[in-house]
Design a binder for this molecule. Structure first.
Ligand SMILES: [Zn+2]
Length: 88
């Protein structure tokens, strides 16, 4: 019986229980599966906090900065559900 790669559908040679033709296909398959899974609440919050930190870091290069709220919101800084506190 012929077996085919789970990711790219190439005919497999070797062990009977082999699922992928190359480590690249295996890695790509699992990466794609993880991207398809719906994010849980922790991942959503963590992702938003990382975005917020990155945006704030870009505006605060000199150590002290005043930035208009509209500019922060344009950069996708989320204000609802998270309290942003500045401590300098
Ligand atoms: Zn493959």
């Amino acid at each position: 019986m012929d077996c085919f790669c789970t990711y790219c559908n190439t005919k497999l040679e070797g062990r009977a229980d082999k699922k992928f033709c190359t480590p690249y296909c295996k890695s790509s398959y699992h990466y794609q599966k993880s991207r398809e899974k719906e994010q849980n609440l922790f991942q959503k919050i963590d992702g938003q906090l990382k975005t917020n930190r990155r945006v704030l870091k870009n505006f605060n290069k000199a150590g002290l900065a005043t930035v208009r709220k509209e500019r922060l919101l344009k950069k996708r800084l989320q204000k609802e559900g998270f309290e942003v506190v500045f401590c300098i």
